[in-house]
Ligand binder design. Structure first.
Ligand code: NZQ
Ligand code: ZN
Length: 379
């Protein structure tokens, strides 16, 4: 195990109907609030009304910033920054999935900066300040509710890039599993695949190969996802299963699994981001498609770890059987398992390879030749 600092400052409020505490939580950080949300779901469920009621009851003044789309764009971030600056807003409340939470963070950084917010993504420029962000996730998937990451797409340059700043950890996250009861089956499947990937990448791609405590934590979480998925297939409104899934999403990417592993390489995510940038592929769906091919390509590079995964996680004898079992699990939960299911053709592979290389390369374990081969294995 390598030396590490671990500090996660996000305060978590977890429980049924806790979203009614949004207003009183927000005013602890300011009375002039930007409410960031997506397209239809928040209004269809009545959540928009209850959150705005809660904000007004607490005395907050609310500026609306709806219409965040999956794979959120820098153009929409810029609109939010403009609202925050011109209205001198003090706090940002994100109510939605990972896209909404990420856009809220990008606006929080941009609202206190002179520069264009894309510089945080394209040039790695670090924000010096940020407005406080409160999140109320409505989808269990990304872990954005308890980390300092944001991922934004530039549709002009066709790049999907991430940033991290300790300033962007949400001050408070209200995790209310009842908000996730109506998430449709496809997004539940994408969420499970995304959570799986957040456990998987540090497991395989951490610099330090000897991390037995972290491995056992990860293996327990993998098993939890295997347990949650059939409960939700049977009954999508199973509150305890939704609560387990929401907490799994939060724990999977709040830093605890990566601590002590040394630098983690997010190779699979880099590939998935190109599918998001080029084809607007849903993040978790892209991961489910790529992971088995990525594993097949990498199994020989770290055979002991892939055998460990096969044995302990998949109950399989060897790596190949474990990978096949995982692909079947993705298929069984309703996630796509081929590029074709995302509308991506073999003839698109050269453009994917170029996009990955243009946006920083495939990562430590995934070079140019690997990317093409992984995409072929994912057809
Ligand atoms: O726009 P609305 O109508 O709200 O619909 C959304 C959207 O279409 C819908 N939805 C959300 N909550 C719902 C709901 N539908 C019914 N009931 C609800 N309660 O779900 C759709 C997808 O939403 P989105 O926010 O895009 O999904 P997700 O949470 O998977 O977020 C994906 C984004 O997060 C980034 C991804 O790259 C992608 O851009 N990630 C962020 C990370 C982070 N900040 O740490 C890490 C991840 O690896 C990931 O990269
Ligand atoms: Zn992810």
């Amino acid at each position: 195990m390598q030396d590490f600092h671990f500090h996660n400052p996000t305060r978590v409020i977890f429980g049924r109907n806790k979203s009614i505490e949004a207003g009183e939580t927000v005013i602890q950080f300011g009375y002039q609030a930007l409410l960031v949300y997506g397209r239809e779901s928040i209004k269809e469920s009545g959540l928009y009304q209850s959150v705005t009621n809660s904000l007004r009851a607490a005395g907050a003044e609310v500026v609306d910033h709806g219409g965040v789309q999956p794979n959120p764009t820098i153009a929409h971030v810029r609109e939010g920054v403009e609202k925050a600056k011109s209205r001198k807003l003090e706090v940002i409340l994100a109510v939605g999935g990972g896209s909404v939470m990420d856009e809220a963070k990008a606006i929080a950084a941009g609202a206190t900066a002179e520069c264009d917010p894309w510089r945080f993504f394209s040039l790695g420029q670090k924000p010096e300040r940020a407005l406080p962000v409160i999140t109320v996730p409505t989808l269990a998937a990304t872990g954005s509710e308890m980390n300092g990451n944001a991922v934004i797409t530039n549709t002009e340059t066709r790049q999907k890039l991430g940033m991290f700043s300790p300033l962007l950890y949400p001050k408070v996250s209200i995790l209310d599993p009842s908000l996730t009861l109506r998430v449709p089956p496809n997004h539940t499947a994408y969420g499970l695949a995304d959570i799986f990937s957040h456990i998987l990448e540090p497991y395989f791609n951490g610099a330090d190969p000897v991390t037995p405590v972290q491995d056992r934590l990860a293996e327990g979480l993998f098993q939890s996802l295997f347990d949650i998925a059939p409960r939700l297939r049977q009954n999508p409104s199973d509150y305890p299963a939704r609560a387990d899934m929401l907490w799994a999403s939060t724990v999977a990417l709040n830093g605890i699994l990566a601590a002590g592993r040394g630098k983690t390489h997010w190779d699979v995510h880099l590939l998935a981001h190109s599918l998001g940038a080029l084809f607007n592929a849903p993040h978790g769906g892209a991961l489910a498609v790529i992971i088995p091919g990525w594993m097949a390509r990498n199994a020989q590079k770290r055979p002991a770890k892939f055998d460990q995964f096969a044995n302990r996680v998949m109950g399989a004898k060897a790596a190949e059987e474990g990978i096949a079992g995982l692909k079947e699990w993705f298929r069984g939960i309703g996630a796509p398992v081929s590029l074709g299911e995302l509308g991506i053709k073999e003839s698109d592979i050269p453009a994917i390879v170029e996009n990955v290389m243009d946006t920083g390369g495939g990562g430590k374990y995934t070079q140019r030749a690997d990317i093409e081969q992984i995409m072929r294995l994912s057809l």
